[in-house]
Design a protein around this ligand. Structure first.
Ligand SMILES: [Zn+2]
Ligand SMILES: [Zn+2]
Length: 136
């Protein structure tokens, strides 16, 4: 992701957390219902916009899933204060990788969705996985 888009997404995500906190503050809800409804709607719209912007910025041939993994170990990330870390290998990223669209190259089809190796390994055993043939 380009730096500017990444920064915008990070700031919007922070703003959405604040909006969420306001929307769930019950002491405010009784007096300012219309505002709370508007704020809730705004948060939903901003999230959709972030997802959209991130999707547009995904490299061609990348994994199609909307959440991140450790490229080696799959669904092993823990995230706190905007930083993600793998519980297995202790690799870390200075951003919330867990809640960001996966950018690893797709190497398998999960049913019909292209996914990366780590996401394929994290899929349930019953999932239908097909290796993507290298096209020449
Ligand atoms: Zn790892
Ligand atoms: Zn992936």
């Amino acid at each position: 992701m380009t730096d500017r888009i990444a920064e915008t997404a990070t700031r919007l995500r922070a703003a959405v957390s604040v909006l969420d906190a306001i929307a769930h503050d019950r002491t405010m809800a009784s007096t300012v219902d219309p505002i709370v409804a508007a704020v809730t709607d705004l948060a939903v719209q901003i999230r959709a916009l972030i997802a959209d912007v991130e999707r547009r910025d995904i490299p061609p041939g990348a994994c199609s899933l909307g959440w991140g993994v450790c490229p080696e170990h799959g669904a092993t990330l823990v995230t706190s204060r905007g930083r993600s870390r793998c519980r297995v290998c202790d690799a870390s990223w200075d951003y919330d990788r867990e809640n960001q669209h996966c950018r690893e190259p797709a190497t398998f089809l999960l049913h019909t969705a292209p996914v990366c190796r780590a996401h394929a390994e994290a899929a349930p055993a019953s999932a239908r996985l097909t290796p993507i043939e290298a096209r020449s």
